[in-house]
Design a protein around this ligand. Structure first.
Ligand SMILES: Nc1ncnc2c1ncn2[C@@H]1O[C@H](COP(=O)(O)OP(=O)(O)OP(=O)(O)O)[C@@H](O)[C@H]1O
Ligand SMILES: [Mg+2]
Length: 493
C-alpha cells in the first residue's frame, strides 16, 4: 500500500500521541502510588511505636514469641491491611503474623528502619517485604527494649498483601475503564483535529504536485495551463518551492521558444547563404564553360577578362565561406581564448597599416587619439584584431572620399578603457540601428558592390566581443557619421 505524505504524517503523529499518552499514564500511576504510600506511611508512622509502648508483652521485652504471634494475629484481624513482624537487633525475623509458608526471607535490612525511627529521609521509605525475595514496601517500625537493652524491632508492613489485593481489584477495574475511555476519546479527537490540520498544511504541496503532473502531461508547455501562482515573499517553504518551480518552468519555456526561434533563424540563414553561394558559383560555372568550350573561339584578351572574373568570384566565395565558418565556430562555443597584455595604440596602427591602400584611395584622414597612447590592455589580440578590422572596414566603406575616421582610446578607470571607432560617413537610419548586429542584415545605406558583402561582419564582431566579455554600442546620425564603441580590460602599468 502506497501512503501519501498526508497519510504518513497523520499516522506518525498518531503513533507519537499513543506513546505520549502511555508515558503519561505510567507516570501518573507512579505519582499516584507514591503519593498514596507517602500519606499511608505518614498516617501510620507512630503505629509501631504506640503498639510497642501500649502492649504489655512488648513492654516487658517480648520473650514469649508464641504469645507475640497470637497478639499479631489478633491485631491482623482488627487491621487486615497490616502485617506484623518482630525482628532481632540484626534483622533476623523472630516471629510474625503471616502463614509461615509465605515467608521468603528470614532477615530484613535494618537500614530503612533506623532511617525511619530517626527521621533521616523524607517519606515514603521502603523496607524489605519478607513475603518476597526483592520487593520493598512502606512500613512503620519501633525499637523494643528490655530495660535499656535493645532486643529487637517491631516491624509493621502498612500496605500488606491483603491491602494491595483489595486496592488493585477496585482500582484497576475503575482506572482501566476510565483510562480506556479517556484514551480512545482523546485519540479520536486528536485524530480528527490532526486530519484537519494536515489537510490544511499539505494543501499547497498537493497543488504543487498537481501542477507538476499537469505540466509533465502537457510536455512542459505551460501556455495552455492555468498553473497556481505562488507567493514570492512567503516564509512558507512550499510557496518558496512553488516560486522556484514557476521560475524553472518559465525558463524552460523561454529556452524552448529561443530554441525554436534560433532554429527558424538558422534555416533562414542557411537559405540565404545557399543563395549567396549559388550566385557566384553559377557565374563561375558560366565563365569556365565559356573558357573551356572548344567550339567557340575567344580572343586572348577576352579569355584573360573571363579568368579575372572567375578569380574575383572565387575570392568572394572564399571570403563568404570563411565568414560562415567563423560564425558557426563562434556560435558553437568551443573557442579558446589567449589573453595577453599589449599596447592598444600599437595594435591600432598595425591594423590601420593593413587598410592603408583603401584609405589612401579614398583620401580618408585616419588617426589614433591620443596619438601616442600608452594604454595597456589585456585581451585576446587575434580576436580583438578581427573586431577592429571589421569595424574599420565598414567605416572606410561607408565614408566618402576625403572623409575622416578617428580611433579614440578613452581611459575610464584603473581597470577599464574604451575604444571608439568614429567616422563621418553616411550614418545609419535610427530605425535600422537595432538590426545591424543581426546576421545577414544590411542597412539601406549598404553600398551595392556586386554582393561582395553579406552582412555577417557585425554579427561576428558582436559574438567575438561577447567572448571577450564586452558589449558593443553604436551611435549614428544619418548623413553625419557613425560611432562604434566597446570597453576593454585595462592593465595598469
Ligand atoms: N560605419 C558604418 N557606417 C554606416 N553604416 C554601417 C557602418 N557599419 C555598418 N553599417 C551598416 O550595417 C550593416 C551591417 O554591417 P556588417 O558589417 O554586418 O555587414 P556588411 O559590412 O554589409 O557585410 P560584411 O561585413 O559581411 O562584409 C552594413 O550593411 C551597413 O549598412
Ligand atoms: Mg562589415
Amino acid at each position: 500500500m502506497r501512503l501519501s505524505l498526508y497519510h504518513r504524517l497523520s499516522l506518525s503523529l498518531l503513533v507519537v500521541f499513543i506513546v505520549i499518552i502511555s508515558v503519561f499514564f505510567v507516570w501518573a500511576e507512579h505519582l499516584e502510588q507514591k503519593t498514596r504510600y507517602e500519606s499511608e506511611q505518614n498516617l501510620h508512622l507512630s503505629l509501631a511505636a504506640n503498639l510497642a509502648r501500649d502492649n504489655p508483652l512488648l513492654q516487658e521485652g517480648a520473650y514469649d514469641h508464641q504469645a507475640l504471634k497470637n497478639l499479631f494475629h489478633t491485631l491482623m484481624v482488627l487491621g487486615p491491611a497490616f502485617e506484623f513482624y518482630f525482628v532481632d537487633p540484626n534483622g533476623v525475623i523472630l516471629t510474625h503474623s503471616i502463614t509461615p509458608s509465605l515467608i521468603k526471607r528470614d532477615r530484613i535490612d535494618l537500614t530503612p528502619l533506623i532511617q525511619l525511627t530517626q527521621n533521616q529521609i523524607s517519606l515514603p521509605i521502603y523496607g524489605d517485604d519478607p513475603q518476597h525475595k526483592s520487593r520493598k514496601k512502606i512500613f512503620s517500625a519501633a525499637p523494643v527494649f528490655s530495660g535499656s537493652e535493645l532486643i529487637g524491632y517491631l516491624y509493621v508492613i502498612v500496605t500488606g498483601e491483603r491491602y494491595e489485593t483489595a486496592y488493585n481489584r477496585v482500582d484497576s477495574d475503575r482506572q482501566a475503564e476510565l483510562s480506556m475511555v479517556m484514551l480512545v476519546g482523546a485519540l479520536v479527537f486528536l485524530f480528527i483535529v490532526m486530519l484537519g490540520i494536515f489537510y490544511y498544511f499539505t494543501r499547497p504541496l498537493r497543488r504543487l504536485n498537481h501542477d507538476m503532473q499537469l505540466l509533465k502531461n502537457a510536455g512542459f508547455d505551460k501556455s495552455a495551463l492555468a498553473l497556481t501562482s505562488w507567493m514570492p515573499n512567503s516564509s512558507n517553504e512550499v510557496h518558496q518551492l512553488g516560486v522556484a518551480f514557476e521560475e524553472m518552468v518559465n525558463q524552460i519555456n523561454e529556452q524552448f521558444t529561443q530554441l525554436q526561434q534560433s532554429d527558424v533563424h538558422r534555416r533562414a540563414l542557411l537559405a540565404d547563404i545557399s543563395h549567396d553561394l549559388r550566385t557566384p558559383l553559377s557565374s563561375l560555372q558560366g565563365y569556365i564553360e565559356m573558357i573551356a568550350d572548344k567550339d567557340t573561339t575567344i580572343t586572348a584578351q577576352t579569355r584573360e577578362k573571363y579568368i579575372n572574373i572567375v578569380l574575383k568570384n572565387t575570392l568572394q566565395l572564399k571570403l563568404l565561406i570563411d565568414q560562415i565558418f567563423e560564425l558557426t565556430h563562434l556560435e558553437g562555443g568551443q573557442v579558446t581564448l589567449n589573453f595577453e597584455t599589449f599596447n592598444l595604440a600599437e595594435l591600432l596602427y598595425d591594423i590601420m597599416a593593413k587598410f592603408s591602400l583603401q584609405t589612401h584611395a579614398k583620401n580618408i584622414d585616419i588617426s589614433v587619439v591620443p596619438s601616442s597612447s600608452y594604454t595597456q590592455v589585456r585581451s585576446d589580440i587575434a580576436k580583438l584584431e578581427r573586431v577592429i578590422s571589421n569595424l574599420l572596414e565598414n567605416a572606410i566603406r561607408h565614408t566618402r572620399n576625403n572623409g575622416k575616421i578617428v580611433l579614440i582610446i578613452e581611459e575610464i578607470n584603473h581597470t577599464q578603457c574604451k575604444l571608439i571607432i568614429s567616422d563621418n560617413g553616411t550614418g545609419i537610419k535610427a530605425e535600422e540601428l537595432s538590426y545591424i548586429f543581426d546576421t545577414r542584415y544590411r542597412a539601406s545605406n549598404a553600398i551595392q558592390d556586386n554582393n561582395k558583402h553579406t552582412g555577417l561582419g557585425l554579427a561576428i564582431t558582436k559574438k567575438l566581443l561577447e567572448l571577450l566579455k564586452s558589449d558593443i554600442k553604436v551611435k549614428s546620425t544619418l548623413g553625419e557619421g557613425t560611432e562604434f564603441s566597446f570597453n576593454l580590460r585595462r592593465e595598469s602599468p
